[in-house]
Design a binder for this molecule. Structure first.
Ligand code: AMP
Ligand code: ZN
Length: 116
C-alpha cells in the first residue's frame, strides 16, 4: 500500500468505488469518467506503479491480470462485440494514476487506436 495512491485507497476501502469484481489479488471497478458505454478498470491490489515496474516475480500476477480481464469483459457482455484494452504507461503514455491498471472499453466501436 502506497499511502498517497488513489487506487491503493480504493483497495483499502477509504475511497469508494463501484466494484465490478474482486478476488484476493485483483480488483475491478467502474472508471469515474467513462470514455465509452462500458469503461472499467482492472488493477492488482498490490501497489505496482506501472507496467514498466513489473518484475520477473510478478509473472503469475501479470498472467492473472489478463485472465481476469477477459473474464470480466465476458461477464460485462463484451466478448461477442469485442472491446479495447489499454494500459497507459508514464507521461507519454498518458498515465494519470501511478498504480498499474488496465482499461476495458466497450459497448460501441471505440474508434481509432491513437488520436491524431
Ligand atoms: P490513466 O490515464 O491510464 O492513468 O487512467 C486513470 C483512470 O482512472 C482515468 O480513466 C480516470 O477517470 C480513472 N479514475 C481516477 N480516479 C478514479 C476513481 N476515484 N475511481 C474510478 N476511476 C478513477
Ligand atoms: Zn497504489
Amino acid at each position: 500500500m502506497q499511502p498517497d495512491c488513489i487506487f491503493c485507497k480504493i483497495v483499502a476501502g477509504t475511497i469508494p468505488c463501484e466494484k465490478v469484481y474482486e478476488d484476493e489479488e485483483i480488483l475491478s471497478f467502474q472508471d469515474i469518467h467513462p470514455a465509452a458505454p462500458v469503461h472499467v478498470l482492472v488493477i492488482p491490489k498490490r501497489h505496482i506503479a506501472s507496467l514498466d515496474d513489473l518484475t520477473e516475480e510478478d509473472r503469475p500476477l501479470a498472467g492473472l491480470l489478463l485472465e481476469r480481464t477477459t473474464s470480466i469483459a465476458s461477464w460485462l457482455g463484451l466478448h461477442r462485440t469485442g472491446y479495447r484494452t489499454i494500459i497507459n504507461t508514464g507521461a507519454h503514455g498518458g498515465q494519470e494514476v501511478p498504480h498499474l491498471h488496465l482499461h476495458i472499453l466497450g459497448g460501441k466501436r471505440i474508434g481509432p487506436m491513437v488520436a491524431q
